[in-house]
Design a protein around this ligand. Structure first.
Ligand SMILES: [Mn+2]
Length: 157
């Protein structure tokens, strides 16, 4: 079982990056997503198969995808979702069509403003995550429902 680690109370960047790892990086393998403290316990830093939006390390070959210092001096230059997506593109995965999702995830993560982000907060992925978080207390439940939603949403991109 592959272990993908991200932070508790996940935002859209944590969720989309974990989903990209599950469905594309580890496609065909059984995998699980664990939600841990932002100060990641050392056993996960050392032994998790993939870290997204936590760990302060960017090392794609080792499947470490964080955009916060010291990985990047300016955390707003990119986001975990974009880092995983760019890596997937570089290895030839069929993910080019996900660019609109990556772009709004990045905009939301770095407080940029755009019409697409506003729309996402009305009826897109940001709205769906907010809704699921009010309906379900369990993070894994929220994540799993969000994954189903993302799979269907990205079919139409
Ligand atoms: Mn992030």
């Amino acid at each position: 079982m592959k272990q993908i680690v991200t932070h508790a109370n996940p935002d859209l960047d944590a969720i989309v990056s974990a989903w990209l790892a599950q469905d594309f990086l580890f496609q065909g393998d059984k995998s699980e997503v664990l939600f841990v403290s932002r100060k990641v316990p050392e056993k996960f830093m050392l032994h998790a198969d993939c870290l997204v939006d936590v760990g302060n390390t960017y090392c794609p070959e080792a499947y470490r995808f964080d955009h916060k210092p010291p990985a990047f001096q300016n955390r707003n230059r990119t986001c975990a979702t974009r880092l995983v997506w760019e890596y997937l593109l570089s290895i030839g995965a069929a993910v080019a069509h996900l660019k609109p999702l990556v772009d709004i995830t990045y905009q939301g993560d770095t407080h940029r403003n755009s019409a697409a982000l506003k729309q996402s907060r009305i009826d897109g992925p940001h709205a769906e995550l907010t809704k699921l978080k009010t309906e379900h207390k369990d993070t894994t439940e929220v994540y799993q429902r969000m994954v189903l939603w993302l799979r269907s949403y990205t079919k139409n991109l």
